[in-house]
Ligand binder design. Sequence first.
Ligand SMILES: Cc1cc2nc3c(=O)[nH]c(=O)nc-3n(C[C@H](O)[C@H](O)[C@H](O)COP(=O)(O)OP(=O)(O)OC[C@H]3O[C@@H](n4cnc5c(N)ncnc54)[C@H](O)[C@@H]3O)c2cc1C
Length: 416
Amino acid sequence: MPSAPQSPDRKAVLISGAGIAGPTLAFWLRAAGFQPTLIERAPELRTGGYVIDFWGLGYDIAERMGLIKEINRVGYRAQELRIVDDRGQRVTGFGTRVFSELTAERYVTLRRSDLSRLLFEKIRGTAEVLFDSEIVGLQQQPDGVRVRLRHGGERRFDLVIGADGLHSAVRGLAFGPQREFEKHLGYVVAAFEVAGYRPRDEDVYLMYGQPGRMLGRFTLHDDRTLFLFVFAAEGDTLPGTLDLQKSMLRKTYGEGKWECPQVLQRLEETDELYFDRVSQIRMESWSQGRVALAGDAAVCVSLLAGQGSALAMISAYVLAGELGSAGGRHEAAFGNYEARLRNYITAKQQGAERFASAFAPRTAGGLWFRNQVIRAFAIPGVARFAIGRDIADTLQLPDYRWPQLQELSSGAQALA
Ligand SMILES: Cc1cc2nc3c(=O)[nH]c(=O)nc-3n(C[C@H](O)[C@H](O)[C@H](O)COP(=O)(O)OP(=O)(O)OC[C@H]3O[C@@H](n4cnc5c(N)ncnc54)[C@H](O)[C@@H]3O)c2cc1C
């Protein structure tokens, strides 16, 4: 990808990570008049992975970026969450239309990688992008940050933002080791996709649970199917290689019924397995001098919140807006960024933690109780009441001034 033209009077901001928060931040920083550079460790945008539910303020930000039509085109409108037993018979479930109703039809399920790609498309040609590289050293100076890159070479930026996810390297370099900030919620998550799997159940999330483990299946476009595993696991050490990860899944689900045997069989053919701890990141401060964090790197809520992508986008949007409003005075901007979001994020993290045991209850009694609660969702009004509280956003998106937004939206390639 060609570099965007450099301009001496714009503040240069290096953003580590081209997932969800990174491209969103690059877009809004560009709209605010900054000069962002994105650096991504992977050689290209990551594909595969898992699907996410997307609504609320994240959806609003995507709309402001002109992405809604495309998001809805590639997305799914799930109709039902169905819990099944050993033989695949429906135990309970509920119609997921309630999500759409509660959000005035502004609710969509899509692949995380599709959202990332669409966000990235919005900055193509307007920001410098460095793939297959990463920051390996940071040195803060009074007037900037000197950055050392993996393949050698040093560069200077006015600010550096870590948007490099749960295992953020920028956080490690500027704030300290991950263990100081990570709260492991006691589960491991894995996901993979295959082609040609049967049966297919369009627009239905299927979930099969045994004490301490659940297996989910979701039918995707183009004859593809996504599988999601969430299982209880204590300890911080995860198997480090694909073979060991597969072996852990075989051990955990080996005696599982329903479709466990055939899913484990299909697992053998994949070399793109998402595998990680279910954790949150909790930090007392999201900035340190000229370095700040956004998205999961700063505020990971975990998959149990069902809103991490939206929060990644919200944090990016607010960070860019505050930097723009403060005319680049980073201390003030970073302070306002935290002040606006801190309580909102804390509430989301607490909600996700409470929900953890409902996702994969650890005992047979817990499973039974969870299913009774879901059964109650069939009673008119109950689902609306129970879900309404969690789905509502208590934050209002600030309206910032975006001096360059017009040009970005009209697809101007070179703004400098
Ligand atoms: C199974 C699962 C289900 C989920 N479901 C939902 C859901 O329903 N709804 C929802 O909103 N959210 C959901 N989430 C959460 C959501 O995916 C994350 O919160 C979101 O992706 C965070 O975005 P991010 O940009 O901060 O980090 P990421 O998306 O993790 O992106 C980080 C980027 O940084 C790159 N990177 C990593 N290290 C470096 C480095 N050293 N240097 C440079 N680049 C680096 C990575 O390659 C990646 O591209 C789910 C998560 C999981 C695991």
